[in-house]
Design a binder for this molecule. Structure first.
Ligand SMILES: *[C@@H]1O[C@H](CO)[C@@H](O)[C@H](O)[C@H]1NC(C)=O
Ligand SMILES: *[C@@H]1O[C@H](CO)[C@@H](O)[C@H](O)[C@H]1NC(C)=O
Ligand SMILES: *[C@@H]1O[C@H](CO)[C@@H](O)[C@H](O)[C@H]1NC(C)=O
Ligand SMILES: *[C@@H]1O[C@H](CO)[C@@H](O)[C@H](O)[C@H]1NC(C)=O
Ligand SMILES: *[C@@H]1O[C@H](CO)[C@@H](O)[C@H](O)[C@H]1NC(C)=O
Ligand SMILES: *[C@@H]1O[C@H](CO)[C@@H](O)[C@H](O)[C@H]1NC(C)=O
Length: 755
């Protein structure tokens, strides 16, 4: 059935797509040459009625894992609304944003707004119309032509390094040019009532001699959730905008009221501004951003985009950083559309977590101190532990020790590993999947972090319950609670193996997620030769999921403290009994047995898909199509995977059917396109699917020879007849991380009929 659907879509897939960009990218901004980077279209995932219906992505410019991303601002962002929405018709400035995903809040942003004539600094007053056909959107350079409010036009061009935004404004047929730098705005609190705003006090410091407008902004929209014990009270985003042109006049505005000549002010609704001689036609500004101080923001400019550096040079450095990554995979036999989907996914997969250390120091929101060392932010771990982390281990291994050390720094400073860290912990989603991520890294041979401390940290997750465990439900986004970690650990899980649904929120999902984390910890214990621990966690990890398997219905079902089942619909987070029944990647043989054996399990999977129960738009479904291959039904995996790649991904603004979630949606596509997927990520095993292209040449960082994935005919033949890695036949549809990182040849013989 599904194969037919796929075949009927083939003509559509094989037709060559249009150019990747609406407007040609100027030659200076296409250097260095990179076909891969040319295929990044950062508007994918910004469509839909509201962007939260697609990826929630924005057309921002920044290098991989950048501290700050820069984007044209079309509206005020807050939880569930990004700063740029394609259907909006005016641009209100250029925002250095730290909003890491659609369901998270902004923090410490700065907005730079060009204008001419009368100074307009309030959001409602400063929006300029623009023609979408004038937009150029790439990974490293963005430009747009704005209609100045007094008439005339402003060409705005943007690039960025990790900690510096670089903007250039060219004024045509306007009077006196000016640039406003916004420190504070009316910040939306939470995500339901947009009229509920907070006015934060920020600062502006102007120095006409050094041509700088600097300041700070303490806004942090997620301050209403997260542990009370670590409130990040001292958090601020600091900035320093340094102009290449001399100021004519300067001052600050408060709620739109102009205060000419003022050099310093601390206030609400505060901006600084500079005007330039009327003959000035080009204004170039570099905005250093810091979480430490204004002085550090200045130093970030000196280090990353020093005086005299042109926008062209900044953009070329950032493009080179992307090319270094994206050129590592060369695909053959992909259509233009598929290349755009693939390389944009690759681009999205290397943005988070984002670096926050500056010259070897970082601000920690957990203890409000500046520390020496490395730190990262934007950990969406319930999403990313599935495939995104595995992708990072392969394509950003140089970042792994720092990303894990950052998690361990959180543990030292806040007491726990992160779950969803956005400046501090936010308690969003369930499970302590940092356990899985760290264990996976250990299994895959990642070193360069404190192994003993990491062991202590995962053991704490697995054995120490949260504060007031028996009296707190720890619901999603519950305010005024402590670290959620493994809620329900002390009430029932530690003793009986399930989380009690009558005491805790999302109990069924918690049970399954804690089990997976326990299993992952057992693999970590193996690596440390801790035999007894390995045994303990393996028992919990492999056995506990089945404590909530209801033999009468054949589905997982949350249980109450007294052991009674809580009903088929209780206790799930972002999923239902269908999806969660398959959430036992560490013990599929047992699940298949419980469902009556392999053949009957295949039937169950068919019912799941054909009944419309799979929700690829959300993470708990991501591994499900690969389960067929684990019970001798690989052709069905091949059909489902190829079908999802067509229905849930394309090269248009609505081309990501689920929220991108810090790279996980994209990582699914990338792995699937290459022909394998980390169903049980901590194990180091990958399950074979169906490669999309004739050939992919993968140069993994640190691996001497390339991995050549050859699958001639794959674009039109979706079935795998035979697969061989470096001469060895692949049995049971499984290849290992160790095999992949030797490079060499992974060869698939494709077929047009199921084999
Ligand atoms: C605004 O939101 C905060 C945080 O959720 C809440 O404490 C406060 O009561 C809200 N104010 C109004 C007027 O709704
Ligand atoms: C800001 O100005 C607007 C009118 O321009 C006014 O409605 C609003 O109350 C002012 N806000 C504050 C906090 O003064
Ligand atoms: C724990 O419960 C006690 C007693 O009800 C309460 O005073 C305290 O605030 C709670 N702590 C947290 C972090 O919820
Ligand atoms: C674990 O034991 C093996 C075999 O005895 C040994 O090679 C390895 O170094 C040990 N690993 C650790 C972390 O102690
Ligand atoms: C078990 O707990 C559930 C939920 O609290 C309750 O409805 C049920 O009556 C209890 N059953 C027994 C046998 O106590
Ligand atoms: C089910 O499939 C798996 C994977 O091929 C295989 O190892 C196992 O033996 C099968 N079970 C039975 C009962 O045939």
């Amino acid at each position: 059935m599904l194969a037919d659907v796929f075949i009927s879509l083939l003509p559509f897939l094989l037709s060559t797509g249009g150019a990747a960009f609406a407007k040609a990218v100027p030659a200076a901004f296409r250097r260095p040459v990179s076909d891969a980077v040319d295929h990044v279209d950062p508007i994918i995932g910004n469509g839909g009625v509201i962007p939260s219906h697609t990826g929630g992505m924005i057309p921002s410019t920044a290098p991989p894992f950048a501290m700050t991303r820069w984007v044209a601002q079309t509206r005020q962002n807050y939880v569930s609304v990004p700063p740029y929405i394609l259907t909006d018709t005016s641009i209100h400035g250029f925002q250095g944003t730290h909003q890491p995903a659609i369901w998270m809040g902004e923090s410490g942003q700065v907005v730079v707004i060009p204008g001419a004539g009368d100074i307009k600094s309030n959001f409602e007053d400063r929006g300029m119309d623009f023609n979408k056909d004038t937009e150029v959107r790439t990974a490293s350079y963005y430009s747009v032509e704005l209609d100045a409010l007094e008439g005339g036009t402003i060409l705005a061009e943007q690039s960025a390094t990790s900690r510096v935004g670089h903007l250039r404004f060219t004024f045509q047929h306007t009077s006196t040019p000016y640039v406003v730098v916004e420190a504070t705005r009316a910040a939306v609190v939470g995500h339901t009532d947009t009229s509920n705003t907070t006015l934060h006090i920020g600062s502006i410091r102007i120095d006409p001699h050094t041509r700088e407008v600097c300041g700070s902004n303490p806004e942090r929209q997620d301050s209403i959730i997260g542990p009370l014990s670590t409130p990040a009270r001292g958090f601020s985003g600091y900035f320093c905008a340094r102009f290449a042109q001399p100021f004519a006049t300067w001052g600050v505005t408060t709620n739109g009221t102009i205060h000419d000549g003022v050099l310093r002010r601390d206030d609400r609704l505060l901006s600084g501004f500079a005007t330039f001689a009327p003959s000035t036609r080009v204004v170039d500004v570099r905005i250093g951003v810091s979480f430490i101080s204004i002085e550090q923001a200045r130093r970030n400019i000196d280090r990353e985009a020093p005086d005299g550096e042109t926008l062209e040079v900044t953009a070329q450095k950032t493009r080179a950083a992307w090319a270094e990554k994206l050129d590592r995979i060369r695909v053959e036999g992909a259509t233009e559309k598929q290349k755009t989907i693939f390389y944009t996914a690759f681009f999205y997969s290397l943005q988070y977590p984002y670096e926050t250390s500056e010259e070897g120091r970082y601000y920690s929101g957990f203890d409000d101190q500046v520390h020496e060392g490395e730190s990262y932010n934007g950990y969406s771990i319930w999403d990313t532990f599935r495939a995104e982390w595995a992708w990072l281990i392969l394509f950003a291994p140089e970042r792994m020790p720092g990303m894990i050390t950052s998690m361990l720094n959180d543990f030292k400073e806040g007491g726990w590993l992160p779950k969803w860290k956005n400046v501090i912990e936010t308690n969003i989603m369930v499970g302590t999947h940092a356990d899985s991520q760290i264990s996976e890294a250990v299994v895959k041979g990642v070193r360069g972090f404190d192994l003993e401390l990491a062991w202590q940290a995962v053991v704490k997750d697995a054995t120490v319950p949260p504060v007031n465990d028996s009296t707190t439900t720890y619901g999603d986004r519950q305010e005024d609670v402590d670290y959620e970690v493994r809620s329900g650990l002390s009430t029932v899980y530690a003793e009986k193996g399930w989380v009690a649904s009558d005491i805790h929120s999302e109990a069924g999902s918690c049970t399954l997620d804690y089990s997976y984390d326990d299993y992952a910890i057992s693999l970590f214990a193996d690596a440390l030769n801790k035999t007894e621990d390995a045994h303990f966690y393996r028992e919990r990890g492999l056995g506990n999921p089945f404590k909530i398997f209801n033999d009468e219905t054949g589905f997982m079902e949350a249980r109450n403290a007294n052991g009674s089942f809580a009903g088929p619909d209780a206790g799930w987070t972002e999923g239902d009994k269908w999806i969660y029944t398959f959430d036992v990647v560490q013990n599929i043989p047992e699940l298949a047995l419980r469902r009556g054996g392999n053949a009957s399990f295949v039937q169950f999977l068919d019912e799941h898909f054909d009944g419309g129960h799979n929700q690829h738009t959300n993470e708990p479904s991501h591994h499900i199509p690969y389960l067929y291959a684990m019970v001798d039904a690989a052709p069905k995996t091949q059909e489902r995977v190829r079908s999802i790649a067509v229905t849930d991904y394309d090269d248009t603004p609505t081309g990501l059917l689920g929220n991108e979630d810090c790279g996980q949606m994209s990582a699914w596509y990338l792995f699937s396109a290459l022909g394998f997927y980390p169903v049980d990520p901590a194990s180091g095993n990958y399950v074979i699917g169906s490669p999309f292209f004739d050939k992919a040449t993968v140069r993994l960082p640190g691996v001497a020879r390339p991995l050549v994935i050859s699958s001639p005919g794959a674009p039109s033949q979706i079935y795998v007849e035979n697969s061989v890695i470096n001469g060895g036949k692949i049995s049971n549809s499984v290849i290992t991380h160790t095999q992949l990182i030797r490079g060499g040849e992974l060869r698939f013989e494709m077929s047009s009929v199921p084999v």
